[in-house]
Design a binder for this molecule. Structure first.
Ligand code: CMC
Length: 360
């Protein structure tokens, strides 16, 4: 029985195609390589939303206005909420937003992680939240809300590339969760809450924080081989490697590695950190190949995500929330597609529990 639903087709979509054998990702007919070269996150939202929401000509301005609208909810965060891990605080705030179906609801939901994560991080650190500037690009405004200062163009471009890279990826666990909820005709907030809850786990969107823990534990390029060997001998998984669908390198890893190298070129990444990451990646791939010759295990999106987000100033406990800033666009488009074209998702289970006692 495929208890992980491997090889089960559960939806038909026009949104994205993950070609695991060849390591290719296509979003609405455009390859990831072209997308990261030509599209901002706002462009990508327009691409994902086309046909599912009526699209205005000034989508970036409307998204800026949504950030301002969502920021009003930050004032309702009390001490107990601020003390939660950032992704849980964000989920709690998100749950207070209206459960609509229209473009306004969708843009508010895109704005929510972008506004709530920087605000929760700052409030937790005892600093005031920084209000959004609707005139900025989405990625640049996220960084400004995080740090309180305008980002460099390289920093804004790096975050923008990250958001585009992770925006949609077939029927991954969180997107499937969004579609299951949308299939019941619940609203968009309900779908996004379900997706966010699925994203949290370390086997999905929770991996990049542990990637940094792994770099810290490995210590140096010289110590990395012995450290990895010991981890694998203990049966541990190496975070940032392996994928359910890709049998070759995850194309998103290369898109983000290029962004990391650009930041390094601009002096925004510690060269020793990058050298350690590259050494650990090379060693991990060699050891995984030797240990599991029948199971191709390559670098996935989370490995370079970790370096990129660290260099942009996000603390590791916020990484899953930053993943949500990008993936929320995909969740919303999938939720609309499911609600419009799909049926109620209701699979079967096989009962293997005890039988009722026969009547005496
Ligand atoms: N390190 C070491 N061994 C691994 C790894 C890894 N990262 N990934 C898989 N394996 C081994 C696994 O132990 C198993 O070995 P055995 O057959 O001896 O028990 C074999 O490979 C097959 O593993 P699986 O669990 O059947 O593979 P899966 O397709 O269910 O797992 C995965 C996919 C991503 C959950 C897994 O590769 C993993 O746990 N990776 C580390 C966590 C990680 O990086 N997660 C982010 C995923 S990418 C983000 C996204 O797109 O959502």
């Amino acid at each position: 029985m495929n208890t992980g639903l491997e090889d089960v087709v559960a939806a038909q979509t026009i949104l994205s195609d993950v070609d695991g054998a060849n390591g290719r990702l296509i979003v609405r007919g455009v390859s990831l390589d072209d997308l990261v070269a030509t599209s901002s996150y706002e462009d990508l939202l327009a691409l994902l939303f086309a046909g599912f929401f009526p699209l205005p000509a000034d989508l970036p301005a409307q998204l800026g206005a949504a950030r301002v609208c969502i920021f009003a909810h930050v004032a309702s965060a009390d001490e107990a909420l601020i003390a939660l891990p950032p992704v849980d605080a964000m989920r709690a705030l998100l749950a207070r937003t209206e459960d609509g179906d229209d473009l306004t609801s969708a843009l508010n939901l895109v704005a929510a992680p972008a506004v709530f994560i920087p605000a929760m991080l700052r409030l937790k650190a005892g600093k005031p939240a920084v209000a959004p500037d609707p005139a900025r690009g989405h990625a640049a405004d996220i960084l400004a809300m995080l740090t309180g200062t305008a980002p460099t163009s390289q920093q804004a471009a790096a975050l923008d590339r990250y958001l585009v890279t992770v925006a949609d990826h077939g029927l991954n666990a969180s997107t499937f969760a969004a579609r299951v909820v949308a299939s019941t005709k619940a609203g968009l907030t309900s779908s996004v809450l379900a997706a966010l809850s699925a994203l949290k786990g370390p086997l999905h969107g929770g991996a990049p924080g542990p990637v940094l823990d792994m770099l810290d534990a490995a210590g140096s390029p010289e110590q990395a081989p012995a450290w990895i060997e010991a981890e694998l001998a203990r049966g541990e998984r190496l975070m940032g490697f392996g994928h359910r669908i890709y049998r070759v390198r995850d194309p998103r890893a290369d898109a983000l590695k290029a962004a990391v190298r650009l930041l390094a070129g601009a002096g925004a990444i510690d060269p020793a950190r990058l050298a350690l990451a590259e050494a650990l990646e090379g060693t991990a791939l060699a050891q995984l190949k030797a240990k599991k010759p029948d199971r191709p295990l390559d670098t996935n999106v989370e490995f370079y995500t970790a370096l990129l987000l660290e260099a942009l100033g996000f603390p590791r406990e916020a990484f899953t929330g930053v993943f949500a800033m990008g993936r929320v666009g995909g969740w919303l488009a999938h939720a609309r597609e499911q609600a419009e074209t799909g049926r109620l998702i209701r699979p079967l289970s096989v009962y293997v529990g005890p039988k009722p006692r026969e009547a005496a």
